[in-house]
Design a protein around this ligand. Structure first.
Ligand code: NIG
Ligand code: FE
Length: 412
């Protein structure tokens, strides 16, 4: 399928090649082409340039007069495979309970795990695919999805098999992460070590055998898993070919970033609480810091100090954290707006964080994240807008007219 976009008001994120993420110093620049064309061949970006040089071709043509074209969002952190919702906990929080108090009363992750253990794989697939379709329409063209609401061998594998099936059935890029160490289930209440051993000896070999995951994750946090547990899980993952991506510094800074960096993790995610030493240890590493501003918004907790981190030269990616407890939203447009409004990121920084740096944080930078020849034609066509600043400015809404995956328009 060949498609030619013509009269594009501005083509965003145009890069001849992308070999690495953008550092804090580079994130302020968003390269664009005004009055441009873009040619898609066989699902890939084949050519682009200014309209004066547009080839005359007998192919399907999309007139983008007044509109912008940009690469799809890359959402490197979600938990969108889950069973049911937790709006009752939302009400509890309005009435004064904290996220921690709700978890201590049997809510939280363990509540989602109970529901997930009870439903069938096909019901879980049906619930999850609706969320995947929803985020595709919101402009996401690559997504990472975690397990971690199973917490038993069967239920964790059920989640990972659902992710695999989504991968097979949808044209969006999907990466899978094993997050067995998300919370200690009640039956292991006084035996966390036993639970970790079960993950390592019973589940990890199955994951490798069935090729069910790309990454391994752990919730490194007071009351969940320690720095030593994180070291153990990251080492075990490596033995099965899984690189780390960790939940860390959400509520407390306990040294998790240090252990992550020492193990060469691909990303450290959340980072609402950052000490100077946590920023320092991330300098000149290959680890991507990932901020999840919708989680901060929904839980009313601090935002990742993005300005301080970017000004220190660190790269930053933005993701949704789509999950039933802390962020029941997979809307990257809202993430970008919130990053600008609450974290004082510029439009250029936020768009870079949600495309190139997001792609790096899920190891798909060779395929998506920029307008580069040879990359997948996963694209967002905007409505008529005056400048790309309108993208974060239109918070609570979005300026997307159409989305394309591998050059095909995704119809509603
Ligand atoms: O990334 N922080 C840990 N895990 C999820 C939320 C889990 C839940 O509340 O269900 C997160 O925010
Ligand atoms: Fe998360």
């Amino acid at each position: 399928m060949n498609v030619l976009f013509v009269n594009i008001k501005e083509l965003l994120q145009v890069r001849e090649n992308t070999v690495d993420f953008l550092s804090g110093k580079e994130m302020g620049q968003l390269p664009t082409l005004k009055n441009a064309f873009l040619l898609v061949k066989d699902g890939l970006i084949a050519d682009y340039g200014i309209m004066n040089e547009c080839p005359k071709l007998d192919v399907q043509t999309v007139d983008a007069t007044g509109k912008m074209l940009l690469p799809s969002w890359c959402d490197s952190h979600t938990h969108l495979v889950y069973a049911g919702n937790r709006e009752n906990e939302f009400v509890d929080r309005i009435n004064g309970l904290s996220y921690a108090e709700i978890a201590d009363n049997g809510g939280g992750i363990l509540n989602s795990a109970k529901r997930l253990q009870e439903i069938t794989e096909s019901e879980l697939y049906n619930q999850s695919k609706k969320r995947l379709e929803e985020i595709i329409h919101l402009g996401t063209g690559a997504v990472e999805i975690k397990s971690g609401y199973g917490l038993t061998k069967d239920a964790e594998l059920k989640m990972l098999r659902v992710i695999k099936k989504l991968k097979e059935n949808y044209p969006i890029e999907i990466k899978a992460t094993f997050l067995g160490a998300h919370a200690v289930p009640a039956e292991y209440n006084s035996n966390k070590e036993g639970y970790l051993q079960m993950l390592i000896t019973d589940i990890l070999p199955m994951i490798e055998k069935e090729n069910l995951a790309d990454f391994i994750d752990i919730f490194c946090e007071t009351g969940y898993f320690s720095v030593d547990d994180t070291q153990l899980i990251l080492e075990a993952g490596k033995k099965h070919g899984l690189q780390g991506k960790i939940h860390v510094n959400q509520f407390n800074a306990i040294g998790g970033i240090q252990v992550g960096v020492a193990n060469g993790v691909l990303s450290v995610d959340h980072l609402e609480v950052m000490r100077n030493e946590d920023i320092e240890v991330l300098r000149n590493t290959s680890t991507m810091p990932v901020a999840l501003p919708s989680c901060s918004y929904f839980l009313s907790i601090p935002y990742t100090p993005a300005r301080k981190m970017i000004d220190a030269g660190l790269p930053l990616a933005l993701a949704t954290d789509y999950n039933p407890g802390s962020t029941p939203s997979g809307n990257m447009n809202f993430v970008i707006a919130t990053a600008c409004i609450k974290m004082k990121m510029t439009s250029e920084e936020a768009i870079n964080a949600a495309t190139i740096n997001g792609a790096y944080a899920m190891d798909v930078l060779d395929k998506v994240g920029s307008i580069t020849k040879g990359k997948l034609a996963n694209l967002i066509l905007t409505k008529e807008i005056n400048s790309y600043n309108f993208i974060p400015y239109s918070f609570g809404n979005h300026c997307i007219e159409k989305v394309y995956l591998k050059g095909q328009e995704v119809k509603k």
